[in-house]
Design a protein around this ligand. Structure first.
Ligand SMILES: NC(=O)C1=CN([C@@H]2O[C@H](COP(=O)(O)OP(=O)(O)OC[C@H]3O[C@@H](n4cnc5c(N)ncnc54)[C@H](O)[C@@H]3O)[C@@H](O)[C@H]2O)C=CC1
Ligand SMILES: O=C([O-])CC(=O)C(=O)O
Length: 329
């Protein structure tokens, strides 16, 4: 019997990630080749015409799984009954702007969208925040949508995770599918810690396969931390196809489960695991089953990793304070 359609919201759908993401969702890359979808696309009024153009293209592509498209600038209409919400819309930093200015704009966007999701989305909506600052936007969304279970609010660090897999595969000239269990700890920013201490390639520890700890502890980490900036330098635009693809990976694994023996990285509400501060959205290694993620426990952490995990946590605590200062202004 055919499945009922799942309603998937994409905010910022007229933007570059949105343009890459919506056809992936309509083709079944996010939720599976047997899962019909109804796309809800939200953008702001100045982007309404462009958003309508994206809707026209979705119709023209005649995707068999796509059972409907809502394209709107009305946040309540966009959030109505959605089961999955991918939050890509946000306010980017512009020339001459302080970090605090960007934070205050995003705090007000995420506060308003949290309330709309709370009032209009399905009660068990799963939320993925992509827009930067992704971890802190997700935290604000969580704070202002108290009836959405905190386990249902996450942010994207899967792109960083996939970038780390890609760097190791390139270094060893092996298919990327043979590399697994890298970890991104912390913030989706240049303070993140890409950790290979538990990663394997073809069943062998990555450190044994690479045989170059200096590279793994130095250049590799820097390349992954700075990859977003490198793409901007090369394309004059930020990552879009890789961000969209990684957003699909994040939701697919969350809904359909991770492979046996594999874990992935997700930004989730910290419960204090690995002595990280609770009350921030921090990226951890997780496994997923039955629509729920679980933090992988018990991995040994050496002093070098500890220091890097703490540094990225400190940045998130600072961002949280900045965001809260914007709320109370
Ligand atoms: N977490 C991650 O791994 C990554 C995050 N990003 C972030 O994703 C975000 C989107 O990137 P792009 O698509 O390249 O940007 P973009 O500027 O091309 O698109 C953003 C879209 O959001 C819309 N928007 C702005 N305010 C909105 C609101 N209040 N409600 C709904 N829509 C709104 C804009 O009109 C625009 O169409 C940025 O914040 C970027 O920094 C980008 C790459 C990776
Ligand atoms: O760096 C940026 O602005 C975009 C981003 O988050 C990434 O590519 O990881």
């Amino acid at each position: 019997m055919a499945k009922d359609p799942v309603r998937v919201l994409v905010t910022g759908a007229a933007g570059q990630i949105g343009y890459a993401l919506v056809p992936m969702i309509a083709r079944g890359i996010m939720l599976g080749a047997d899962q019909p979808v109804i796309l809800h696309m939200l953008d702001i009024p100045p982007a309404a015409e462009s958003l309508n153009g994206v809707k026209m293209e979705l119709i023209d592509a005649a995707f068999p799984l796509l059972k409907g498209v809502v394209a709107t600038t009305d946040v309540a209409e966009a959030c109505k009954d959605v089961n999955i919400a991918v939050m890509v819309g946000g306010f980017p930093r512009k020339e001459g702007m302080e970090r605090k200015d960007v934070m205050s704009k995003n705090v007000s966007i995420y506060k308003a969208q949290a309330s709309a999701l709370e009032q209009h989305a399905a009660k068990d909506v799963k939320v993925l925040v992509v827009a930067n600052p992704a971890n802190t936007n997700a935290l604000i969304l969580k704070e202002f949508a108290p009836s959405i279970p905190e386990k249902n609010i996450t942010c994207l660090t899967r792109l960083d995770h996939n970038r780390a897999l890609g760097q190791i595969a390139e270094r060893l000239s092996v298919p990327v599918s043979t590399v697994k269990n890298v970890i991104i700890w912390g913030n989706h920013s240049s303070s993140q810690y890409p950790d290979v201490n538990h990663a394997v390639v073809g069943g062998k520890p990555v450190r044994e396969a690479v045989q170059d700890d200096a590279w793994l502890d130095g250049e590799f980490i820097k390349v992954v931390q700075q990859r977003g900036a490198a793409i901007i330098k090369a394309r004059k635009l930020s990552s879009a196809l890789s961000a969209a693809s990684s957003a699909c990976d994040h939701i697919r694994d969350w809904v359909l489960g991770t492979a046996e023996g594999s874990y992935v990285s997700m930004g989730v509400y910290s419960d204090g695991s690995y002595n990280t501060p609770s009350g921030i959205i921090y990226s951890f290694p997780v496994t997923c089953a039955n629509g729920e993620w679980t933090i992988v426990q018990g991995l040994p952490i050496d002093d070098n990793s500890r220091a890097k995990m703490d540094a990225t946590a400190d940045e998130l605590v600072e961002e949280k304070a900045l965001a809260y200062a914007c709320i109370s202004e």
